[in-house]
Write a protein that binds this ligand. Sequence first.
Ligand code: GRF
Length: 205
Amino acid sequence: MLKIAVFVSGRGSNLKAILNAVSAGELQIEISAVVSDKSDCPAFDIAKENQIDTFVVSSKISEGEGSYSKLIFELETRSVGLIVLAGFLKKIPDELIDIFENKIINIHPALLPAFGGKGMYGMNVHRAVFDKSVQVSGPTVHFVDKIYDNGRIIAQRAVDISDAQTPEDIAAAVLKEEHKILPFVIKKISEEKVQLKNNRIYIIR
Ligand code: GRF
């Protein structure tokens, strides 16, 4: 069974969506670790309620507790085969990307390659989408490489936001789709149904 680690920084609703899919029997994976840059984020409470090991990392610490090298050791000890960034706000160090090459995915709350890159996270994204009067938005799940929001796209869902009155309306509409697309992509990866052909990602249905 595929073992995954979920990286979070805040609320954890995507973590909850993954857990719900597991409890519903829709997803056969194990969440072996939840990792955050903040020790007191609500997502950690969800992890603890579900008896999942939690780890805090800081890019400023190079060795010992809280360092990425310690985290890599913990992930390897648990045979983690996939890292899922679900609202993790910090840049992933190149060292971790090299070790988990093509094994890190991220969920972004807009249709990449638009509205991505440094500083484009959380409500910043939805405000920018709103201010441009964009009519269609939606989540993107993509592989993570060394550049922000740049890796190959695995899946996207279009959401009609033509009636949105506020950026918060857009956030809510997109989040609903995030909670479906992220467990879907994890499931397809766990079944080895996400494949690279002709330099393009295909999902086998
Ligand atoms: C989501 O909108 C996700 O796309 C973005 O950060 C938010 C995290 O929400 N990267 P949650 O912590 O999963 O509720």
